[in-house]
Write a protein that binds this ligand. Structure first.
Ligand SMILES: CC(C)(COP(=O)(O)OP(=O)(O)OC[C@H]1O[C@@H](n2cnc3c(N)ncnc32)[C@H](O)[C@@H]1OP(=O)(O)O)[C@@H](O)C(=O)NCCC(=O)NCCS
Length: 152
């Protein structure tokens, strides 16, 4: 598969539990399903987006109202749990999720978005306008991470 068109997918808000369908195989493979529950998933200020490809939930991303001391901006959101099912990766679906997230964050008057990116995902975030800030660090069982941010 090399192409997608806008008619093939839509994005909408989903519940914290719905994210597990994609988080589990992509971000926590072989681990207990409970590992797909992230801190503060159910706060009122947290929102989750789901991308439905041909009507099946295939991509997820979560935004939390949370600041990093690496940035001075007063209204920051953290992007977490970004994942696209493996057989659909590389089709710009992740990019579509990031773009929708940014539209929502701009409406919420956020002025910066940041994430702790796995090393393998750094090119994806760079392609979407994020820059590295601070020093890389290790997250046990997952690997080397870089804090990346984008001003909105
Ligand atoms: C990272 C990820 C969310 C990107 O979504 P995507 O829909 O595959 O990405 P897009 O098609 O919108 O963007 C393509 C870019 O993503 C990167 N990319 C593509 N496939 C990738 C993969 N399997 N793993 C990591 N990055 C990938 C490349 O930089 C690519 O750019 P290029 O085509 O110019 O080389 C998705 O590949 C994924 O879920 N990967 C595994 C989980 C992960 O690492 N999540 C991020 C945690 S911080």
């Amino acid at each position: 598969m090399t192409q997608t068109s806008k008619e093939d997918f839509f994005i909408k808000f989903i519940s914290p539990e719905e994210t597990h369908v994609v988080r589990h195989p992509v971000l926590r493979p072989g681990r207990p399903i409970e590992d797909c529950i992230f801190d503060n998933d159910d706060l009122d200020s947290t929102f989750h987006l789901g991308l439905f490809y041909k009507n099946e939930l295939s991509g997820v991303v979560t935004y939390l109202k949370n600041s990093t001391l690496l940035l001075p901006n007063p209204s920051q959101y953290q992007l977490r749990g970004m994942a696209v099912l493996e057989h659909l990766q590389g089709l710009n679906l992740g990019t579509a999720l990031i773009k929708r997230g940014e539209t929502i964050l701009t409406n919420l008057k956020a002025d910066a978005v940041w994430c702790n990116a796995r090393e393998i995902a750094v090119p994806f975030y760079k392609k979407n306008g994020f820059e590295i800030i601070g020093e890389p660090f290790d997250i046990p069982k997952i690997g080397l991470h870089f804090t990346m941010y984008k001003l909105l």
